[in-house]
Write a protein that binds this ligand. Sequence first.
Ligand SMILES: [Ca+2]
Ligand SMILES: [Ca+2]
Length: 327
Amino acid sequence: MYAMYFGDYGADYGKTTEVSICSRSGVVSFKIAPTGVTNLSRGAMNKAVRVVAHGFDAIFTSELDQVWPVLKKVGAMAECDSLPKCGGACADSSQFSFVMAFQPVVDIVAGRVYGHEALVRGVNGESASTVLAQVTEANRYAFDQACRVQAIETAARLGLDRRLNINFMPNAVYHPEACLRLTLATARENGFPLNLITFEFTEDERIIDRAHLKGIVETYRQHGFLTALDDFGAGYAGLSLLAEFQPDIIKIDRCLVDGVDSDKPRQAIVSGLLKTAEMLGLSVVAEGVERPEEVATLQEMGIRLFQGFLFARPAIERLIGNDEIAW
Ligand SMILES: [Ca+2]
Ligand SMILES: [Ca+2]
């Protein structure tokens, strides 16, 4: 099953509205008149199934090629604009079952929890890697969307009033605006403020289109989200990416934090990074802290935001409070 997402059709009923279709063949956006939608719902596409969820109309179909001639036939297209190919496909998100754990990011100067990162876990507490093993090229987009929905719904249910960090897979984002619609609708439905959401992204070896990634970050920013460059210092998420565009936050990976208290090269690298962040006006989080000596050294260097087992482990469907942090 491959999804075709209709934009904020519910909100714009009666007006021409922008539509994005995501299928195996690619993402296409165009404007559609309400009459076209009506025609479609009457079953103009006999191989498609229409569902309404999260304030969206979604039509599940097997191939964009099959849909396109039908849209033309019903005269639904007012304007057409082809966008880059998907590279993957949309799929039914109900195929995944997982829950969200939350790990705090703490501000040690203020002595309070700054925010929580949502992390996937199996329904019986299985590791993230067990859940991620279900992800394939074909269902990557659907999984990414399902993670966002689950993170926002769970955070809202738990009454989160700090920042919510959501990890996203840049490879799963084909068209920034189209792929944000479900996120925006979920936040709206659950009354979760958009300006509390931070998207953490990490550079993947398969990302070759940095201009696309830059476009994603800019679009997210326009919607009031913060962005964080995750796993900085590990693998590909590094300086050359930062040279091209700047997120709001840099998360320094454990590979630079581990043993930093007695390691001159790591101290030099982190120190240079902090200077860079300061000049660019970016916040810094040190991830994966496990020893008090690491925190002491990094705090002395100017870092105040930390995440790691030393302070708190991720808690499944629960938000760890200030009084539970191992200060
Ligand atoms: Ca992360
Ligand atoms: Ca990370």
